[in-house]
Design a protein around this ligand. Sequence first.
Ligand code: GLA
Length: 395
Amino acid sequence: MRISFPGKLLLSGAVVLLFLAPVTMRAQQVAATPPMGWNSWNHFHQNVDDAIVRAQADAMVTSGMRDAGYVYINIDDTWEGERDAQGVIHSNSKFPDMKALADYVHSKGLKIGIYSSPGAKTCAGFEGSLNHEEQDAQTYANWGFDYLKYDLCSYLGVMKNAATPEQAHQMMVDAYNKMRDAIKKTGRPMVYSFCEYGIDAVWQWAPASGANLWRTTGDISDRYDRMESIGFSQAGLSKYAGPGHWNDPDMLEVGNGGMKPDEYRVHMSLWAILAAPLLSGNDLSTMSPETIAILTNRDVVAVDQDPAGKQGDRVWAEGPMEIWSKRMADGSQVVGMFNRHSGPMTFSADFKMLGFKGKVKVRDLWAGKDLGTMEGAYKATLPGHSVILLRVWRQ
Ligand code: GLA
């Protein structure tokens, strides 16, 4: 008996540890790889409502996107209603019951995200969280939300009152810290997404302020020139990203109709090499098979979601021809050959320049084909605004 008593204690200790460990691990695992999902803004803007969000959740499952790794269904700006006498925020008439909506999204095996601003007003002029941070975070937690995009917007106006740029910067950091602490206080794990357009080199301070991702630029649009100027401007930021904290060059436009399929493949390839969040911004309920194929290409998604979490970077450029590469957990490298010119260009990726000695094994990720063993360089003629995405292993 004497022996069994401490044994029982030990056992119960072990059981407690067993129960605690997954909770702690889960908390640490928020955004271990770049968040994948859908966001309402790029396609629906202020027209998003409850029915649209449910339809997106349905389509994320039926299209195969959920099985490809997409998880979050994120409601962007324009859901906000009035505050009641206690200051508690309510959704507006487009969203009659946020808790029921969150339950519906969860029932599909997905997670759900919401949007607010540290300012008094959001970018679309709706109610922001200024002076209601704890209340709002608790409301999101009560509703069952898993993700918050926090968009600077009108808080920029508050920062204008600062005496110096340093003071303005500190006000911004304090505002993001305040919501970080408010989320933490709820006890509910939430992905925390900073949207402040990259000002004050956000990548340098955002991780310490609790960011899981931070926008590095202004807004994307469904035009090739805007997408490419954002995407290729990310050179040099790779060292700031890693598991739990990611550079965010904004949401995807794939499938919205303003770019050619080759251009959308450039968009998707670059975002995957950048280990960027993959938040589709199209209408999932009306996707063409080609759009689904681009968004769910397993080889390409695996580049983005590689467990090592190493963001890729530019390794070579000559005028409009660029080569970017990303080191993968298994020691292979992903190599993107990009032609930014509007007409065809011929160039080659030199395996030695990429750090390989001798023979390599190559797979073309968009063609879905193993190209076998090679040596020296991979030479290709690329049509205008197109990409060849290779994964290269030492032989
Ligand atoms: C800003 C953000 C966008 C979107 C809108 C909503 O412009 O950068 O991503 O959230 O606000 O009003």
